[in-house]
Structures are given as structure tokens and as C-alpha cells.
Design a protein. Structure first.
Length: 131
């Protein structure tokens, strides 16, 4: 069944993105994704050059992948609820906290990189930016 194949791809891609993002937080940011142990530096490399919230996008992709793989349409509703909760958390807590912590650096990043739908070209914070 083709939908199961798409589900596997989404599930694996989501897992790979999550691992890459966690590693980037440790290596580039010198911290963790957890609010109790935040990064020392703003993380803007890797997949974060394309989208501000790759971990959240990956989680939703993994849930949608599970829905397709297991043939459980109810998981699509769960993905929507989880996505809405993460968007509310990002907008209501994370973005204001990052503005307070990193100021103009985060403002520039926020203006250049979309929150949820990836850019076509990576953002280049130190050079000419392509739309």
C-alpha cells in the first residue's frame, strides 16, 4: 500500500530530524532543547537555516507517518492537536523568551526564517540572504 510507504518515509525522516536537531543544540548551542537547560548560544545552523521549529515539524511528521503506516486516521487528529499545542507554546513562550535572551540576533533570525514552512534556500546570517 503506497500510503504505508509514505508513512515510513515520514516517520524515519521525523526521527532523523529530531536527532540532528538535538545534536545541534548540544554542539552549536552548548545546551539542550529543554527550557530548564537552555542553550548558551542561539542555534541557527543546519536545518534551523530553513525553518525555526524543525523539531516540532519533525514530531508532527512522525505522527502523520505513524497514522499512515498503521492505517489509523485518528492519529491525524492527534497530529493536529499536538501541532496546535506546539505552535501555541512556541508563539506564547519560546519566541518571547528568545527575544529576551538573544535580542536583535533572534529578531533578525525570526524575520528571515519562517516558523513552520521551510525556506527554499538556507538563510545565511553572515552574508547575502536569498529569499
Amino acid at each position: 500500500m503506497p500510503l504505508r510507504g509514505v508513512g515510513v518515509v515520514l516517520l524515519v525522516a521525523g526521527a532523523v530530524v529530531l536527532v540532528q536537531a538535538f545534536v545541534r543544540f548540544v554542539v552549536e548551542g552548548a545546551g539542550t532543547p529543554a527550557p530548564v537547560a537552555p542553550t548558551e548560544r542561539l542555534v541557527v545552523g543546519g536545518l534551523y537555516r530553513y525553518v525555526r521549529n524543525p523539531m516540532y515539524v519533525a514530531v508532527v511528521a512522525a505522527i502523520v507517518g505513524q497514522a499512515l503506516l498503521l492505517g489509523q486516521p485518528s492519529l491525524l487528529l492527534y497530529a493536529a492537536v499536538v501541532g496546535a499545542a506546539m505552535a501555541a507554546f512556541a508563539h506564547g513562550y519560546e519566541e518571547p523568551a528568545l527575544v529576551n535572551r538573544f535580542g536583535a540576533q533572534y529578531d533578525a533570525y525570526q524575520r528571515a526564517v519562517p516558523a513552520w514552512w521551510p525556506r527554499r534556500h538556507p538563510w545565511n546570517p553572515g552574508g547575502v540572504d536569498r529569499p
